[in-house]
Design a protein around this ligand. Sequence first.
Ligand code: G6P
Length: 360
Amino acid sequence: SDIEKGMYPHFMLKEMDEQPGVIRKILQAYENEQGELAMDENIVNAFNEADRLYIIAAGTSYHAGLIGKHYFEKIAGIPVEVHISSEFGYNMPLLSEKPLFLFITQSGETADSRQVLVKIKALGYPSITLTNATGSTLSREADHTLLLYAGPEIAVASTKAYTAQVAVLAIAAYVVAKKRGKTVEIDLKKELAITANAIQTLVDSKEEMEQIAHEFLAVSRNAFFIGRNLDYYVSLEGALKVKEISYIQAEGFAGGELKHGTIALIEEGTPVFAIVTQQAVSLNTRGNVKEVVARGANPCILSMEGLEEENDRFVLPKVHALLTPLVAVIPLQLISYYAALHRGCDVDKPRNLAKSVTVE
Ligand code: G6P
């Protein structure tokens, strides 16, 4: 590959480090001459004309899509469904009158996602591909393309593409909300710039993350990630990272679901990572932590500044409540990286996985 690792031992580490820069690049790319957040007018119109957005994606991109749903519904007031590409084909939902399909795909080559694009094009529906790869199959075949500007992502485990996807989804929701004349509470440009700095602080906290990885994931067979609301979506992504590169059986789920099954798996010493960035549900998640601790779990609470309590393992720098996924995911990426390293796994090329999967 002509992309070099430079001083980095792994592409994944390099790509995690690039994340603050990627957010800043995105802020520049989606800015008009007046310095306001903006994007291609045709794309804004396509979103604006839709009565419902159907997000189609796989893997990490699907997890970004879940956050995208939150943004489009809360900021722009457009109803959204998020679907796993491979399921959509045979389990097609009833569609609204004016659907718009948004394909989220880092590579732009995922066959599962492409089969959906082929299907909905045949039905005459409009489409946008949000991708990191200009000229990729899904970019060429969709009506419009939104770019991630993350630069080539080589490590199989996606990191900077995920944060780029979340940032561009926030910008898209914001720009469409403005177009619709909605009152938008967040100064997104300013808050994303603050978030880029917060991400920098986190990628500079590697020693701390390495220590957490050793403490919680050095020998464990399994690990659980819990959160509520946006923290739930980040939990899913954290668990996926850990599974992909350290081969620890990891599960992310909504805190409230613990009691409906998963709590049966908690044993003496089971690591449970809890994400606490959402004020409205922080006490509920902390309640879940108490439940697992009572059954012997080893808890690792990652909370946001302002919501922290005494025994939290790590405090995340404060960012706007809508943008917390962009910071909460960083420690989870780093922890999974160090867990994989410690366990002697091939970080950049984990077994059985491919960077882009071009078969259905
Ligand atoms: C593969 C990769 C994942 C990725 C998924 C979707 O399974 O290993 O990291 O999230 O494909 O890829 P895409 O390029 O469509 O985002």
